[in-house]
Design a protein around this ligand. Structure first.
Ligand code: CMP
Length: 143
């Protein structure tokens, strides 16, 4: 079953949006198979956002992600990678449609509430970076 990495960023945690966001994924029918509230080291943030290293906003991005706890999750389900991206909305909340997470709760591209893997390759890399093998449960629903 497909898995994706989803992170509620420090702004989402501080605005008490963990429950709202988890509820949206649960109601959609996806299964939570890993989750933890954690502080992020600069090293982990830099590894996670390595593809943006040359961008002018890289330092700001690392500063922000390390500024407070994040809620890191692994979600499982059919086509969860693309569907989660659609539920999150466009990266820049200005372009994110109402009804999406960023469209409903964010106004700034830096503080855009949530991150989700953008491809199967990213999902595998990001889950491996953020979670140990024993932190992701093997879970097929029976009811
Ligand atoms: P995310 O999906 O976590 O992946 C990369 C992040 O870079 C993106 O969400 C934005 O939050 C952030 N980002 C993109 N463009 C800018 C920008 N111009 N200034 C600050 N942050 C940005």
């Amino acid at each position: 079953m497909e898995k994706t990495f989803i992170m509620i960023k420090p702004d989402g945690v501080q605005r008490n949006l963990i429950g709202e966001i988890v509820a949206r994924f649960e109601k959609k029918g996806f299964t939570l198979v890993g989750g933890k509230l954690m502080s992020v080291s600069r090293e982990l943030a830099e590894q996670h956002y390595a593809e943006h290293k040359e961008r002018p906003f890289f330092g700001e991005l690392v500063d922000f992600i390390t500024s407070g706890p994040v809620f890191a999750m692994v979600w499982q389900g059919n086509n969860v990678i693309t569907t989660a991206r659609n539920m999150m909305g466009k990266t820049n909340p200005v372009d994110a449609a109402p009804g999406t997470i960023r469209g409903d709760f964010a106004v700034s591209v830096g503080m855009n509430i949530i991150h989700g893997s953008d491809s199967p390759e990213s999902a595998e890399r990001e889950i491996g970076l953020w979670f140990g093998q024993d932190e992701v449960v093997s879970f097929e629903k029976t009811i």
